[in-house]
Design a protein around this ligand. Structure first.
Ligand code: F6R
Ligand code: MG
Ligand code: MG
Length: 371
């Protein structure tokens, strides 16, 4: 049985500031998706939030990029926006960049991770959601789960995944994509995805000869760049990802283990700072300190004919306490740099800048260097 797993998210108003999502918005989304489930459009759903992002987790059998599913998400965000406006939530409707839906939410503001696949006998799926960072923040943990034998023992000792995986990598500046083989092209892959603001892992596929169909993704990551879509800064493109696990794929614990290292990501305050990504349970997915530090949550489900058996709040676990403590220490360390790089992003990556105005003001005072 083919199932489509869709995770579509948008920031339609923060509470307060950019910290959290108001419970009314969650209720509205649950109401809309519950109607869609009754009508048979959805098989199942779960609504949650990460920081100020409203997250719609949905299963159905309509395939990826389905107009009806995307329209449902769009209308749900619209309805939540109406309430956000009544409550004067912060930045109400900020990620809805268009007035009218035109067939697909891609390019209209919301972030999307979707994959269609044949549900296995046992099908664990993890929905990852990040706030106050960008799509490239998933490069390191996805790479480590599917390509790093020091993280994923199965790459070395499980015959069903020993041959590796295929990474589909997007160049989000040039709007091009390439499929590359792991482990054959591992150094070339790293040459690209280490530059995470430009090259992002979009999907991971199994290889020929394994247990899984080669044309069905085993991981998918949202790659929307809000500030590129809108042409101006209107908020961070906080990413989401879906990862299938076990039985020829990295085990659940191998998919989660990379988050025990709170790596540095771009985003945080004003989308203009580097900081550690902190794995937290949903109750702690609230961006407070300097609008952060950036957070990641992970909800685990078993699929049963498309029904979502779960969620299990996977980072709400003492196993990640040390990562959280380390993230806070790194946050302190980075914060002490104030406006200096590398805490502040390099000029070309900042999403707020006063530099053109400052330069204009003092341009006549600049003198040619004589020596
Ligand atoms: C980052 C983010 C926040 C805001 C910051 C300033 O993605 O959304 O850090 O950039 O709170 O917001 P404004 O300019 O709306 O006051
Ligand atoms: Mg916001
Ligand atoms: Mg957000």
């Amino acid at each position: 049985m083919k199932i489509t797993f869709s995770l579509i998210k948008a920031d339609v108003g923060g509470w307060p500031g950019h910290a959290n999502v108001h419970p009314d918005l969650i209720k509205i989304a649950e109401g809309e998706l519950s109607k869609a489930k009754k009508s048979g459009l959805l098989i199942d759903f779960h609504v949650t939030h990460c920081g100020d992002d409203l997250e719609l987790i949905m299963t159905h059998n309509k395939g990826e990029n389905n107009e009806k599913i995307h329209e449902l998400a769009w209308n749900t965000f619209k309805k939540a926006t109406e309430r956000a406006k009544e409550l004067k939530l912060y930045g109400a409707g900020q990620d809805l960049l268009s007035d009218a839906f035109s067939g697909n939410v891609k390019g209209m503001g919301p972030g999307v991770a979707e994959m269609e696949f044949t549900e296995r006998k046992g099908e664990p799926v993890i929905a990852f959601m990040m706030d106050k960072t960008e799509p490239g923040a998933f490069n390191l943990p996805i790479f480590r789960a599917f390509a790093d034998p020091f993280n994923t023992a199965g790459l070395v000792i499980d015959p069903s995944m020993h041959s590796g995986f295929i990474f589909e990598i997007w160049d989000i500046h040039e709007h091009k994509s390439v499929k590359m083989k792991i482990p054959e092209e591992i150094y070339d892959v790293l040459a690209l995805i280490g530059a995470k603001s430009r090259f992002v892992i979009k999907r991971v596929y199994p290889k020929e000869g394994g247990k899984l169909p080669v044309d069905e993704p085993v991981a998918a990551i949202s790659t929307e760049k809000l500030y590129q879509i809108a042409g101006k800064y209107i908020g961070k493109d906080d990413p989401v990802a879906l990862v299938r696990a076990q039985s020829g794929l990295p085990a659940l614990g191998e998919v989660l283990n990379p988050y025990a290292f709170p790596h540095l990501v771009s985003g945080w305050m004003r989308g203009s700072h580097n900081g550690p990504i902190m794995p937290v349970g949903v109750k702690n997915a609230i961006c407070t300190r300097f609008d952060g530090p950036p957070r990641v949550i992970a909800l685990g489900f078993q699929l049963s004919n498309g029904k979502l058996v779960g969620p299990v709040d996977l980072f709400d676990d003492p196993g990640f306490d040390l990562a959280r403590r380390k993230a806070l220490e790194i946050a302190d360390y980075m914060r002490q740099h104030g406006p200096f790089e590398p805490h502040r992003l390099p000029l070309e990556d900042m999403e707020y800048t006063t530099l053109p105005k400052v330069m204009e003001k003092i341009k006549d005072r600049f003198k040619e260097l004589k020596d």
